[in-house]
Ligand binder design. Structure first.
Ligand code: FE
Length: 167
């Protein structure tokens, strides 16, 4: 009798342990970023000026005719101010008269992304950096040949790397 009680007790303990054993939880996988650069607000604020942060990370717009590149004719490559990706070249820049740097095409089609923007009661196409999602500006269909496009870009989103020979 005593022996069977011990066996029963042992079986109960074993069963209880078995049912209470927590299932092993796998380490959480890092969130997929699709190869994008992802930083916290604080990290972006630390590396950008106030206006650069406002424009690129909060989809702001600099005032027309006030940005550092709206009237620039210096040859070179315009990089993303946030991540350095090549976005536009001076050879595609043209005088649009709108007060923002304007280009008829990106340096590389895969470096920019397009999003429908229905803010401010308009339907526009927003342009962002494909690498870091920085807001750049908008693209319109009233540009010059050969594309007929006008990429209207905030100076604050760009950093010009000057070159001696036209690219
Ligand atoms: Fe970028």
């Amino acid at each position: 009798m005593k022996r069977s009680l011990v066996l029963i007790a042992a079986a109960v303990v074993a069963a209880a342990c078995g049912s209470q054993e927590p299932a092993p939880t796998p380490a959480p996988a890092p969130a997929p970023t699709g190869g994008k650069i992802v930083k916290s607000e604080e990290e972006w604020k630390a590396q950008l000026s106030e206006e650069e942060y406002y424009v690129t990370r909060e989809k702001g717009t600099e005032r027309a005719f006030t940005g550092r590149y709206w009237d620039t004719k210096t040859p070179g490559v315009y990089h993303c101010v946030c991540c350095g990706t090549e976005l536009f070249t001076s050879s595609t820049k043209f005088e649009s008269g709108c007060g923002w740097p304007s280009f008829f095409e990106p340096a590389d089609a895969k470096n920019v992304e397009y999003h429908e923007d229905r803010s401010l009661g308009m339907v526009r196409t927003e342009i962002t950096c494909a690498k870091c999602d920085a807001h750049l500006g908008h693209v319109f269909d009233d540009g010059p040949p050969p594309t007929g496009k006008r990429y209207c870009i905030n100076s604050a989103s760009l950093r010009l790397e000057e070159s001696t020979d036209e690219k």
